[in-house]
Ligand binder design. Structure first.
Ligand code: TA6
Length: 288
């Protein structure tokens, strides 16, 4: 076998014989660890709740069916209900010889009681996490199991672990229009080859060509690259010092220096899914 899959009461652990490993909490189907050669590649706050009492601060929270402030339009919590629901483990369904795929499912019955019926679309989600050598893929299949069409937003809220966010350059966003949430939602075109973190950064880069990789460089050296499939936007977020102070479960407060969120999603607009049809989108993270 190429690896092992272990289900415990609250999480799934996958370990490849080549040493890579991941942990996925059933709560939110949140990837909370991705290790390569024993080194953690995702940032998780030391104050992150892992007991299902609130969305995990770090790893890869899953945003669905709405992103950010749009959530109030659906009368849902910020970023929707996927990251705060208990998912079912659907087992290992590896398709490639050198990687292991684990699947998770969510249906209306899994949504927390207090949120049931707030978004009463007939949906089914299958979330796949695929661990390969130097790669981590996350893929979401959205099924409209009703007759009527509805619309949604989706995003993988990936917290990448870096050694110094102030020396990070994010490449692949030049000439893309972005909405700057720190500047109250103004839009601008990205003039720079590199996006850097010089203060609180919260930008939605819209309609980024999917043939473009987003590359995260540390001190000028590529560390991660993100390829998107059927996802048109990239969000860049770092709360910086002031922002971290305001987030209760963001610890240590200096931790903003060791993370950057580069988030593949479709959140600039709403994606419409016809009754009875299926939508799929994903990201492939490669260690440079
Ligand atoms: O990804 C960017 C963002 O929408 C920021 O505006 C910030 O709110 C971040 O997500 C974290 O959101 P959360 O609900 O997890 O605190």
């Amino acid at each position: 076998a190429k690896g092992s899959v272990d289900l415990s009461s609250d999480r799934v652990r996958v370990t490849l014989k080549t040493g890579e490993s991941i942990e996925v909490l059933l709560y939110g189907a949140t990837v909370t660890s991705w290790k390569v050669d024993g080194e953690e590649k995702l940032w998780v706050s030391e104050a992150a709740k892992l007991d299902g009492t609130k969305p995990v601060r770090g790893g890869i929270p899953l945003v669905f069916p709405c992103f950010g402030p749009n959530s109030s339009a659906l009368n849902l919590p910020q970023h929707g209900f996927a990251r705060l629901s208990n998912w079912s483990f659907l087992g290992e369904n590896s398709e490639e010889p050198s990687s292991v795929q684990v699947d998770f499912g969510l249906s209306p019955s899994n949504i927390p009681d207090e949120l049931k019926g707030k978004w009463d679309q007939n949906f089914g989600l299958i979330y796949s996490v695929i661990l390969g050598q130097k790669t981590l893929q996350t893929k979401l299949v959205v099924q409209n199991e009703g007759e009527e069409k509805w619309e949604f937003q989706v995003l993988f809220h990936t917290y990448f672990k870096v050694s110094n966010a102030e020396k990070v350059s994010i490449k692949g966003l030049k000439d893309v229009t972005y909405t700057d949430k720190v500047l109250g939602g103004t839009t601008a075109s990205e003039d720079n080859e590199s996006v850097t973190i010089t203060g609180e950064t919260d930008r939605v880069y819209a309609k980024v060509p999917t043939d473009r990789e987003t590359v995260i460089e540390q001190d000028g050296k590529a560390v991660f690259s993100v390829k998107r499939k059927n996802l048109e936007d990239v969000v860049v977020w770092n709360p910086h010092a002031a922002g971290a102070e305001k987030i209760g479960d963001f610890e240590p407060k200096e931790g903003w220096k060791e993370m950057v969120c580069v988030e593949a999603g479709s959140v600039g607009e709403w994606t419409t899914i016809e009754g009875g049809s299926v939508w799929e989108g994903g990201q492939i993270i490669t260690l440079a």
